[in-house]
Design a protein around this ligand. Structure first.
Ligand SMILES: Cc1cc2nc3c(=O)[nH]c(=O)nc-3n(C[C@H](O)[C@H](O)[C@H](O)COP(=O)(O)OP(=O)(O)OC[C@H]3O[C@@H](n4cnc5c(N)ncnc54)[C@H](O)[C@@H]3O)c2cc1C
Length: 497
C-alpha cells in the first residue's frame, strides 16, 4: 500500500486542493486577474511557480458578461473598448478575437431628457443602407447641431480628454523608461494624472472653460451612462468616462468576457472555477488561502484581483484600506416597445435611440438605449439606473414587454475628490491588490494597466527575480508571447445571467 499510495499521491494532491508554497495565487477571474496571469507568464522566462486563479462564480470575466434576451446575446457589463486601449487591442489580436461588426457608440441618435422633455436631440439617423454621402451629411449636420447648442465648450471638452489620453499613453512606454510602481499615487503622479483625482470633474471642466449648459447636459449624460454618477466624480474618472463617448469604440465579437478566458488559457493558469476564497492568512514565508470548498492552498505570492469593498475575504493579520463604496448600476434589458406617451411624444418612432438623462432627482433611469431593432414595433433595450426599475415603473415606460432581465452590478467605485487609494502591496510582503487602481478609473484597460504593473512589481520583488524576468533589453524588444488562436472554440462557461 505505501508504494501505491506514493504513486497516487501526486494525482490525489490537486483534487484535495493541496499545493506547494511555489504557487502564485490570483483571487478573481475578471480582466484584472486574467491579465495579471498573462503578464506574469508573458514577461518572464519559464518559472517553476504554478499560477492558480480562483473564481467564485462558474465562469470567468467578472464584470464582463453577456446576457441573452429572447435568444440574442448582448454585453451586460463592460461593453465598449476605446481605440487607444492598447493592452486590450493587443490581447484581442494575440487571442485571435475579432471586433463585433456593429460598433456601439458611433453617431447615436441621442436625446437628452430632463424629466419633462427632450432638451436636445440629434437628428434621426438615415435608414440602413444609405449612401456614404448621406451618412456623412447626417454626421456633419449633427456636429453643427451640437456646436449650435454647446459652442466652443465641445472643443474644450475634447482637449481635456485628449490631454488625459496623452498622459495615459505613457503607461505603454517600454520598461526601460517606465518604472515599476508600488503605490497608485506614485503611478498616477509619474504620468501626470494624479492631479485629476484630487478635484471633481465639474471643477476641472469649469477650469478648462466649459460652460455650465455643456456640463449639466452633455457631460452629465455621459457620466451617468458610463459611471452612473454625476459630475461630482473625480476629474480622472470623468475624463475616462468622456473618452468612452468618443468615436471608434469597439467590442469583441461574441462577448468581451472571452478576453479573460483567452488570457487565462494563454497563461496556462490552473483555473479553480466556483471556488471562492474565504480567507487569506500570513503563514510566514507564504499565505494560506482557504476556499469555500474547504481546500487550503499555500501561496508564495497572493494577488487580490477583485474590489474588496463588497466581498467578504478575511485577512490574518487584518489589512487596512480606505473605505470605498461601490456604485450599483441596475442594468435592465427589455424586449418590447417604449411608450411614447411617457416621453410626451405621439409615436415611438420619435423617441431617440439613446436617451441620456440630466441630474434631476425624479428621473428613475440614467439611460435607455436601443440594442437591437427587430422591427418598428419590437426592439431590445438596455436601461441603466441607480435603483431597481420595478414592474409598475417599467409598465409606464414601456407599452409592451415580452421579456425583462435585471442585473444589479456592484459596477465601479463611487468616485469623489480628492480620491484616496488603497495600497498595491497590502501587507508590505507578497500580498497584492490590483483593484486599488480602480479608484482612479474603472475600465477593462485600467484593469490591464494595473495588472501589468502588479506583475512587474511581483517579479521585481521575488527573491529569485533574476531567474524570472527577461527584461526587454535582454530579449531585444518587448516580449513576443507565442500563442495559439483560441477564437471560435466552444466554451461552456459562457452563461446567461
Ligand atoms: C454595467 C457596466 C458597464 C461597464 N462599461 C464599461 C465599458 O463600456 N468599457 C470598459 O472598459 N469598462 C466598463 N465597465 C467597467 C469594467 O467592466 C470593469 O472595470 C472591469 O471589468 C473590472 O474587471 P476586474 O477584473 O477588475 O473586476 P471583476 O470583473 O469584478 O472581476 C473580479 C472577479 O473576482 C471574483 N471574485 C470576487 N471575490 C472572490 C473570491 N472571494 N474568491 C474568488 N473569486 C472572487 C468575481 O466573481 C469576479 O469574477 C463597466 C462595468 C459595468 C458593471
Amino acid at each position: 500500500m505505501p508504494a501505491l499510495f506514493l504513486f497516487l499521491l501526486p494525482l490525489l494532491l490537486p483534487s484535495l486542493g493541496a499545493s506547494t508554497a511555489e504557487d502564485i495565487c490570483i483571487v478573481g477571474g475578471g480582466i484584472s486577474g486574467s491579465s495579471t496571469a498573462f503578464f506574469l507568464t508573458n514577461n518572464t522566462a519559464p518559472t517553476p511557480a504554478r499560477l492558480r486563479v480562483f473564481e467564485r462564480r462558474d465562469r470567468v470575466g467578472g464584470r464582463l458578461a453577456t446576457v441573452s434576451v429572447a435568444g440574442d446575446n448582448f454585453e451586460a457589463g463592460g461593453s465598449v473598448i476605446h481605440p487607444r486601449n492598447l493592452h486590450v487591442r493587443r490581447f484581442a489580436d494575440l487571442l485571435g478575437l475579432a471586433a463585433r461588426d456593429d460598433d456601439e457608440g458611433d453617431d447615436d441618435w441621442l436625446g437628452i431628457w430632463d424629466g419633462g422633455r427632450f432638451v436636445f436631440r440629434t437628428l434621426r439617423p438615415p435608414p440602413p443602407g444609405s449612401s456614404w454621402l448621406r451618412r456623412r451629411l447626417h454626421s456633419l449636420a449633427n456636429s453643427l447641431l451640437l456646436f449650435r447648442r454647446y459652442g466652443f465648450s465641445l472643443l474644450r471638452m475634447d482637449s481635456f480628454v485628449q490631454e488625459m489620453l496623452q498622459k495615459f499613453l505613457l503607461y505603454y512606454n517600454g520598461f526601460e523608461s517606465r518604472p515599476v510602481f508600488d503605490n497608485v499615487e506614485e503611478m498616477l503622479k509619474w504620468s501626470g494624472l494624479y492631479g485629476l483625482t484630487q478635484r471633481t470633474l465639474q471643477e476641472e471642466l469649469i477650469h478648462a472653460g466649459l460652460n455650465s449648459q455643456t456640463i449639466s447636459e452633455l457631460v452629465t449624460v455621459i457620466t451617468r451612462i458610463n459611471y452612473g454618477q454625476s459630475v461630482s466624480i473625480s476629474g480622472l474618472a470623468g475624463a475616462v468616462s468622456l473618452a468612452g463617448s468618443e468615436s471608434g469604440l469597439w467590442a469583441i465579437k461574441g462577448g468581451n468576457w472571452q478576453l479573460a478566458a483567452g488570457l487565462l488559457k494563454a497563461a496556462s493558469a490552473t483555473l479553480h472555477l466556483q471556488e471562492g476564497i474565504d480567507s487569506i492568512s500570513d503563514a510566514g514565508d507564504y499565505y494560506v488561502l482557504k476556499s469555500n470548498k474547504g481546500h487550503e492552498y499555500n501561496c508564495t505570492v497572493t494577488v487580490v484581483a477583485t474590489p474588496l469593498d463588497e466581498v467578504n475575504i478575511s485577512f490574518t493579520p487584518p489589512i487596512s484600506i480606505p473605505p470605498r463604496k461601490m456604485q450599483h448600476t441596475h442594468a435592465t434589458f427589455v424586449r418590447g416597445l417604449l411608450n411614447p406617451k411617457f416621453f410626451g411624444l405621439n409615436s415611438v418612432s420619435d423617441i431617440p435611440e439613446l436617451i441620456g438623462t440630466m441630474e434631476v432627482p425624479d428621473i428613475p433611469f440614467s439611460s435607455i438605449s436601443v440594442l437591437k431593432k427587430h422591427s418598428e414595433h419590437d426592439m431590445t433595450y438596455k436601461a441603466f439606473s441607480r435603483a431597481k426599475l420595478d414592474d409598475s415603473l417599467l409598465d409606464q415606460i414601456f407599452s409592451t414587454r415580452e421579456e425583462t432581465i435585471r442585473i444589479n452590478w456592484p459596477a465601479y467605485p463611487h468616485y469623489h475628490a480628492p480620491e484616496d487609494f488603497a495600497p498595491i502591496i497590502l501587507d508590505g510582503k507578497q500580498l497584492y491588490y490590483v483593484n486599488s487602481f480602480e479608484s482612479a478609473a474603472s475600465a477593462m484597460e485600467t484593469g490591464a494597466v494595473a495588472a501589468e504593473n502588479v506583475a512587474r512589481l511581483i517579479i521585481s520583488r521575488l527573491p529569485r527575480a533574476g531567474l524570472l524576468l527577461l527584461s526587454e533589453e535582454d530579449a531585444g524588444g518587448p516580449p513576443e508571447p507565442h500563442m495559439e488562436s483560441f477564437a471560435g472554440e466552444e466554451d461552456s462557461r459562457c452563461i446567461d445571467l
